[in-house]
Ligand binder design. Structure first.
Ligand code: PGA
Ligand code: MG
Length: 230
């Protein structure tokens, strides 16, 4: 039996899946580093640090720029000090250089029209997620939005997906996770739900196929072949 036919709800990752947000994340990272009298870093380097939320992004940036070990007490102290600055800078320029990937809006509209329940499950802090969805005209499409700080645990933990299953009274076979990172695929596998991996986003420079999602797509529009009758 075609397992795609069971799907009733879809959880979408945000950064690297719906929105290319690295340019603004890099700008906020660099504004914070420069304030600390540290050297700024390239956008490519920031892209390789995105995936585990804002705090881990800045932890990686600070460790790189200062040569302090990521888990050292000294780094943790400085991190606590600079996180509010990063949150400030990013909040000021959430979508100055960020953009929606091709076909995201139209495909999401078609999926919603076809009757799927849609959610965003991101590791980005919730306070940035909702304004970003608003700014790109995606706000009305999702019945649930979970940020990295909405629950006790974030992806790759299955908690956000299990929360959706409970909230929507669905079985794991009825939910699909779509994302660009191994954190999305690991969370899906841990929750026993199907997943699609996208190749164009951020995955620490690794091939998303290595995480073995149920399907790999090169463009967002390619997910439609599994979900919409053509
Ligand atoms: O903010 C991050 O580090 C990653 O966010 P994502 O889960 O939407 O990819
Ligand atoms: Mg992502």
């Amino acid at each position: 039996m075609n397992q795609w036919a069971n799907i009733q709800a879809i959880a979408f990752d945000l950064d690297g899946t719906l929105i290319d947000s690295v340019p603004d994340l890099a700008a906020a990272t660099n504004a914070t580093l420069v304030e600390c009298h540290l050297a700024s870093v390239s956008e490519d380097l920031v892209r390789s640090w995105v995936g585990n939320g804002a705090q881990v992004l800045m932890q990686r940036a600070l460790s790189h720029a200062s040569s302090m070990a990521q888990d050292s007490a000294e780094l943790q102290t400085q991190l606590a000090h600079i996180m509010p600055r990063f949150m400030h800078h990013y909040g000021e320029h959430l979508q100055q250089h960020s953009r929606l990937y091709s076909d995201v809006l139209t495909v999401l509209q078609k999926l919603k029209q076809a009757g799927y329940k849609l959610a965003v499950v991101t590791n980005k802090p919730y306070r940035f997620t909702v304004p970003l969805l608003d700014a790109f005209g995606l706000d009305g499409l999702f019945s649930e939005v979970l940020g990295g700080d909405s629950l006790v645990k974030m992806k790759p933990d299955p908690m956000p997906l299990q929360h959706l299953l409970q909230q929507w009274q669905l079985t794991p076979q009825q939910l699909l996770m779509v994302g660009d990172s191994k954190n999305d695929i690991l969370a899906a596998k841990a929750a026993n739900v199907m997943s699609i991996g996208l190749t164009y986003g951020y995955n620490y420079g690794e091939d998303i196929g290595l995480s073995e999602p149920n399907a790999v797509c090169e463009n967002f529009a390619d997910i439609a072949q599994y979900l919409l009758s053509q």
